[in-house]
Write a protein that binds this ligand. Structure first.
Ligand code: ATP
Ligand code: MG
Length: 721
């Protein structure tokens, strides 16, 4: 039996972990040290050398994609299929267990999973059925409460409210929601974990069966497990079997969702015989990148402490780009990607990482302009996001009352008590009389085909649209968007939801206003609103590269965990963006943001660009941000600062890096930032930005009377003033 390929080329520590006798262990190591790789090889070793059959191994990963990749890599090493090995996420594995033992778990055979949107809708119904005021008891908050309790393993009867009224009401909602779920055979995500835990708790024989079956349990990204997940593992790995966990305390980035990095220490207490192995050689990143990341993370306290080194040379410096604004930043990033591609590299070897989803919009537009294929990893493209589509639907209906799709989308969003029954009456009428839904509304209201409450609610919807039309009539495009977002109630609705996801939605709505402000209408025969709506439709759907196409990868820093790319851009590295505005020192969130920065930097293999914008337009307003504190934590010798020619003075110049390290590039237009120019149609203005290169060069000009416009230099016929 040839087993050399299982350890070939690996270092001693890695080999030690892979070839260890059957035992529990902890592999604690920094980013890029081969933790995931060791885990894969360990599985192959267990099968080939220890003769464990595939069904006796359980492997837990953080995403479904990571699970698929792990299976694939094990099969590659063993040259055989391991389809009956359990490899999956905690949720995936819990689901599998519950399907197999639905009766013991007290679930009906055909139980269904509720995704978070469905869950929220159900909670809303419950809140209403309990006669509670939705404003006072926002369903979204109730959802966070319920999921939080489930993650802690708590059922309503375990919750002690100590006379706290708020807690009592949330508890009541939890109770009533759970009854509804149980009656209808519905299981939400948090319930999957809790049920799977209770399944074993209440069925010791079944637990014993699985303890005997799974001789070895292996867990990747252990630092981001929460209470119930650890409790579940702890129960399973409490027999004549072993558990190996792999993690990095410096990469714990889901504390805001209940993950507990303390579980690593807890593990050492619970498994005193576990062997700890530290891997210290990094194989992913070049020296400068690694040193910089190490230095940044050193600013955190209470670390378990690791030192990482690499054999590969220093490599290229990290490039730091101080962009004039977010448009300049995207233009810069896209130009670098273009160069990279032209040098014979693949687009898919490059990634752009940002703190929040709303930041993708400007980048997407810059990529589309340059016809570069891209994919948003683990999320929707900007114009496909729910809140954006909601707002666009209002704008579409205002633009054209006969847009039935838009009508259907918003007739009851935010909820205004228009029931499904009334809507289907409208549909029926429209179908029979061959009219649009809006026409159906008008006729049915006029001829009293709708009466009572239904008539009233629909009438107030019509009035809302009419009022909005009046409000936006003489306004510029971005004000129109702003008014619609507010007057429709969408802003308020998302604001009331609370939580990280709701905040992302608000960010996106604000970004939509910015998009309108930057929009340049090149269709003289169309109003700005119609032109913008067409632009939005064209930008959604069409350009998303398919799975196999070579394309640039866009994602949040959170979704980049575990991945690696030769070329990485971290954008928007500014105070208020990253660390984000909501971060405070006290709550420990700042340290979590710093870990996120460490995760981001250590995704880069060959080249890392970090950029920040001195002004950033947020909700149509220019905001001035200082460079992130994380930039200042990077040692100067690892960084080269890149500047534009003709750059006007920089209010927030970091002043960190020596002048010799500044390279100069760009700008062949002969124009300068800050220069005053005259346009034959728009009059006088000041140049605020450049975009693109060669024939495509464009300038952003802030005109005295005509607002901000983006113009192609070749056609703009600008006269210097
Ligand atoms: N001994 C080795 N020789 C060469 N390359 C290696 C070796 N060990 C790991 N690698 C490579 O280094 C890179 C990082 O490995 P891996 O993804 O397993 O690290 P990790 O510790 O899991 O990182 P993260 O903390 O980001 O999840 C991968 O490309 C992997 O193939
Ligand atoms: Mg890994």
């Amino acid at each position: 039996m040839d087993i050399t390929h299982l350890v070939d080329g690996l270092n001693d520590k890695q080999k030690q972990a892979i070839t260890a006798p059957l035992q529990s262990m902890l592999i604690l190591a920094g980013a890029g040290s081969g933790k995931t790789r060791v885990l894969v090889h360990r599985i192959a070793w267990l099968m080939q050398v220890e003769n464990l059959p595939p069904h006796s191994i359980l492997a837990v990963t953080f995403t479904n994609k990571a699970a698929a990749e792990m299976r694939h890599r094990v099969e590659d090493l063993l040259k055989t299929s391991v389809h009956n090995m359990w490899i999956g996420t905690f949720h995936g594995l819990a689901h599998r267990l519950l399907r197999l033992h639905y009766a013991d778990a007290k679930l009906p055979e055909g139980f269904q999973i509720l995704d978070s949107d469905d869950q929220l809708r159900l909670i809303k119904r419950v809140v209403r059925a309990l006669d509670l005021d939705e404003k006072k008891w926002p369903p979204k908050q109730a959802m966070w409460y319920i999921n939080g309790k489930k993650d802690e393993g708590l059922r309503p009867q375990h919750i002690e409210t100590f006379g706290n009224q708020q807690e009592q009401i949330f508890k009541k909602i939890y109770e009533s929601y759970q009854e509804t779920c149980d009656r209808s055979g519905l299981v939400d995500f948090a319930e999957l974990l809790l049920r799977a835990h209770e399944l074993w708790l209440n069925n010791p024989q079944l637990l014993r069966h699985y303890q005997n079956r799974f001789k070895n349990i292996l867990v990747d990204e252990f630092q981001d497990t929460n209470n119930i997940q650890y409790a579940w593992l702890r129960m399973l790995a409490d027999g004549d079997n072993y558990i190996g966990i792999v993690g990095d305390d410096d990469q714990s980035i889901y504390g805001w969702r209940g993950a507990r990095v303390e579980n690593i220490q807890q593990f050492l207490t619970d498994y005193p015989d576990a062997h700890t192995i530290r891997l210290e050689q990094n194989y992913r990143s070049s020296g400068n990148i690694l040193n910089a990341a190490n230095k940044v993370i050193e600013n955190n306290s209470g670390r378990l402490g690791k030192s990482l080194w690499t054999e590969s040379g220093d490599g290229e410096d990290i490039s730091l780009y101080a962009a004039f604004n977010e448009l300049d930043e995207s233009r810069f990033v896209v130009a670098r990607i273009k160069e990279w591609f032209e040098q014979g590299n693949a687009y898919s070897d490059s990634a752009i990482l940002y703190r929040s989803n709303a930041q993708s919009r400007v980048l997407e537009e810059a990529l589309i302009t340059e016809k570069i294929p891209y994919r948003i990893y683990g999320g929707l493209r900007f114009f496909e996001r729910q809140e954006i589509k909601d707002t666009l639907a209002y704008l579409r209906l205002l633009n054209n009352r006969h847009d039935d799709a838009a009508f259907e989308r918003i007739i009851n969003t935010p909820t205004r008590g228009i029931g499904e029954k009334s809507i289907s009456q409208l549909r029926q009428y429209a179908k029979e009389h061959n009219t649009t839904l809006w026409q159906a509304v008008e006729v049915m209201l006029d001829s009293k085909l709708l009466v009572g409450r239904a008539a009233n609610t629909i009438k107030s919807f019509v009035e809302l649209i009419q009022a909005m039309e009046e409000s936006i009539e003489d306004e510029v495009l971005y004000r129109q968007a702003d008014i619609v977002i507010k007057q429709s109630g969408l802003f308020h609705m998302y604001q009331a939801e609370k939580g990280e996801k709701a905040q992302a939605r608000i960010d996106n709505l604000e970004e939509l206003v910015t998009a309108c402000r930057q929009f340049d209408n090149n269709e003289p025969d169309m109003t700005d609103l119609s032109a913008f709506l067409s632009h939005a439709v064209l930008e959604s759907g069409e350009n998303q590269a398919d799975q196999h196409q070579d394309c640039v990868q866009l994602m949040t820093l959170h979704s980049a965990k575990g991945l690696e790319f030769p070329l990485v851009f971290m954008v928007g590295v500014e105070e208020g963006m990253f660390p984000s505005l909501q971060t405070s020192e006290e709550s420990g969130r700042m340290e979590e943001e710093r870990r996120l920065c460490y995760v981001g930097m250590t995704r880069a293999m060959q080249k890392l660009y970090i950029s920040y914008a001195e002004t950033r337009r947020i909700y149509g307003k220019d905001q001035y941000h200082a460079p992130s504190r994380f930039i200042k934590e990077i040692p100067a010798e690892c960084v080269t600062e890149i500047r534009l020619n003709n750059q006007v003075s920089r209010p927030y110049n970091t002043g960190r890096f020596s002048q010799e390290k500044v390279t100069e590039t760009f700008n062949e237009t002969g124009l300068e930032l800050g220069q005053s120019v005259l346009h034959h149609k728009f009059g006088p203005g000041v140049i605020t930005n450049f975009e693109g290169s060669g024939e495509q060069s464009r300038v952003e000009i802030n005109f005295k009377h005509a607002g901000t416009k983006l113009l192609v230099v070749a056609y703009a016929r600008l006269e210097p003033l």
